[in-house]
Design a protein around this ligand. Structure first.
Ligand SMILES: Nc1ncnc2c1ncn2[C@@H]1O[C@H](COP(=O)(O)OP(=O)(O)OC[C@H]2O[C@@H]([n+]3cccc(C(=O)O)c3)[C@H](O)[C@@H]2O)[C@@H](O)[C@H]1O
Ligand SMILES: Nc1ncnc2c1ncn2[C@@H]1O[C@H](COP(=O)(O)OP(=O)(O)OP(=O)(O)O)[C@@H](O)[C@H]1O
Ligand SMILES: NC(=O)CC[C@H](N)C(=O)O
Length: 554
């Protein structure tokens, strides 16, 4: 009977749909595992294609291409090296499963279909997959492995079935997306599964940015005594070698040094970096361009971009109007200098005058209003898109979650762009992240150490500078109040009475409710952005555009 097992855990970064590149990454991880003398290499959920595959799996050609790559990997395991757990689609008659394959000795030794299909929030597994039966363990080199796929272990049923049918080690492969503080939830749930089954538990996650989602890795191993034996890094690839021995009370993983927990603000900042880096690189943009206003949103977006891509791939443009203050000009230039990014100035005054002249006959004697403000924003959008078209850089949008909630942004103006890092970040968190980055250099950052924006960018009152002496607080409540109400409405679905009971002014709550509802059409047209909170705009929160509900029960 085998009493020792070496399991390699491949926390890798797949490129969605790039099947050959993914197969090669798996091969490389298996070569590392073989060099370390591992018996088994485990890769994440749907590792042949990247998770979530979305409607790609509705294409028979895609499924066939995945099957071909998995078959080729199976043949390669005839070399006597490590067995391999790989994730991908499984066509069983007319049923398409989200499955895992255990490859060993030149063939597919076992297949298991995902039993629990998540169908909430950002997940749509039921849309494209059929659930498999509750799985039994797989015998591998004398050990009964309880193999599960992500959502399978979020409920007790699958791990219970596995332990009742003789599983000795629970191994889950995951495509579990990042949310700030989600790791605590995962570990608590894993402890519950360990307590219920009395078995050790492996959580293996992918690490990548995939459109609006970031997968932070953070894979871990819990022993049957609930102790944390292995903690893999957040936001970085790693092939970890874990050593297991069978004792009187079952299998245990040899403990490894546990790295310190990553603080919350650092997690958020690094999630934004990974989301942007993978989006820009996997879509083959040379870099990004953005409008740098001297305000905090564009300053923080520029810092994340410089850290994610390197300063030489970030192009910042100040586009002054007659309302732009000296302070803003100095602060924008100060940010660019601190970050070492490319900086230029393109004044929009001439275009404003041209538009004014063009529109004068049509506008007649109508007084100036937000129309003229929005024109400035749109002229900036047009200018940045021209640079994007001419040089190939992607336009980075800078709006934060508070602005996206209230519609405090101009359609086809500052909402122009391909991707956003602040879309799911409340304004109060924007302040906190800016202070944090001025004092810390994140690991893996390609930007400079030291402050990345002048202090005044953080301390001055936010202003869109679209008319004289304007500040955000002319039209919005203070951000402390606004963010607290919005968080209740967006992330916790609180109703008006509950927010009033929590201490908020009823009229303000009702006003914010209306602003939030009315801006739905803007959000539907907004660029994607990194999911950070438990409820992001986009696929995570699907509200009707045409919506007559006022928020009042009676
Ligand atoms: N339900 C709906 N479905 C489809 N379209 C809808 C719509 N409701 C209005 N619309 C259309 O949307 C248009 C109004 O939206 P939009 O043109 O964006 O303009 P609007 O929302 O009226 O104004 C932009 C707001 O963003 C603020 N802001 C803050 C900070 C920075 C910036 C900046 O630009 O730098 C702007 C600015 O102060 C102003 O309050 C209307 O022309 C209307 O026809
Ligand atoms: N003068 C400007 N030069 C370049 N870009 C600008 C200018 N004014 C606005 N923008 C672009 O439009 C975006 C929205 O402007 P807005 O004023 O809301 O944001 P901000 O200046 O970054 O931050 P804050 O909300 O603190 O003012 C900016 O982030 C920036 O990308
Ligand atoms: N891929 C999945 O099944 C993910 C679902 C799981 N509840 C998670 O968020 O981690």
């Amino acid at each position: 009977m085998t009493n020792r097992l070496r399991i390699a855990l491949a926390q890798i970064n797949p490129h969605e749909g790039a099947l050959d590149a993914n197969a090669d990454r798996i091969r490389q991880a298996r070569a590392d595992a073989a060099a370390a003398g591992a018996d088994l290499l485990v890769t994440p959920e749907f590792s042949i294609a990247g998770y979530p595959p979305e409607d790609l799996v509705l294409k028979p050609a895609f499924v066939e291409a995945c099957e071909a790559r998995i078959a080729a990997l199976a043949v390669e395991t005839a070399d006597g090296g490590p067995g391999l757990v790989v994730g991908g689609p499984w066509r069983d008659g007319d049923r398409l499963h989200n499955a895992l394959f255990l490859l060993e000795g030149g063939r597919i030794l076992a297949r298991r279909a995902k039993h629990e299909l998540p169908n909430y929030g950002v997940f749509d597994d039921k849309r494209v997959f059929i659930a498999g039966p509750a799985p039994g363990p797989v015998s591998f080199r004398g050990v009964r492995l309880g193999l599960m796929i992500c959502e399978d272990w979020w409920f007790p049923a699958v791990s219970e079935t596995l332990s009742e049918s003789g599983a000795e080690i629970l191994i889950s492969i995951n495509g579990s997306p990042f949310e700030a503080a989600k790791q605590d939830t995962r570990v608590q749930l894993a402890v519950a599964r360990v307590v219920e089954t009395g078995l050790p538990f492996v959580f293996l996650n992918q690490v990548c940015g995939q459109d609006e989602l970031v997968f932070e890795g953070a894979s871990f191993v819990l022993n049957a005594d609930r102790s944390l034996a292995v903690q893999m890094p957040m936001f970085a690839e790693q092939v970890a070698i874990t050593d297991w021995t069978r004792g009187e009370s079952g299998w245990a993983c040899a403990p490894q040094p546990i790295p310190p927990a990553v603080p919350r603000l650092e997690q958020i900042y690094r999630a934004m970096m990974l989301g942007l880096r993978d989006y820009v690189d996997k879509n083959r943009f040379p870099g990004v361009v953005l409008g740098l206003s001297g305000g905090i949103d564009s300053a923080l977006s520029a810092a994340v971009a410089a850290d994610a891509l390197g300063p030489d791939r970030v192009r910042a443009v100040m586009m002054p109007s007659p309302y732009t203050s000296r302070e803003s000009l100095d602060d924008a230039e100060g940010c660019a200098q601190l970050l070492g990014i490319r900086y230029e100035s393109i004044a929009i005054g001439p275009a404003m005058e041209a538009m004014q002249g063009m529109l004068a006959p049509a506008f007649g004697n109508r007084p100036a209003d937000t129309t003229e403000e929005n024109l400035q924003s749109r002229l900036r959008g047009v200018t940045l898109m021209a640079l994007s078209n001419k040089f190939g850089d992607m336009l980075l949008t800078t709006g934060n979650k508070s602005e996206m909630s209230t519609g405090y942004a101009t359609l086809y103006g500052d909402m122009c762009g391909g991707y956003s890092v602040l879309k799911d970040v409340w304004k109060m968190t924007v302040f906190a992240l800016s202070r944090w980055r001025n004092a810390n250099l994140p690991p893996d950052a390609r930007g400079p150490a030291g402050p990345v924006m002048p202090d005044r960018v953080i301390t001055k009152p936010p202003s869109a500078e679209l008319k004289p002496d304007q500040t955000d607080q002319d039209t919005l409540p203070p951000y402390e109040v606004l963010d607290a109400i919005l968080e209740g409405l967006v992330e916790r679905e609180m109703d008006v009475d509950a927010l009033v009971a929590a201490g908020h002014d009823r009229a303000t709550v009702l006003r914010i409710w209306r602003m939030l509802d009315r801006a739905e059409y803007k959000r539907r047209q907004a660029p994607p952005g990194v999911k950070i909170t438990p409820r992001a705009f986009g696929r995570d929160r699907r509200y009707p555009l045409t919506n007559g509900f006022s928020g009042l029960i009676a």
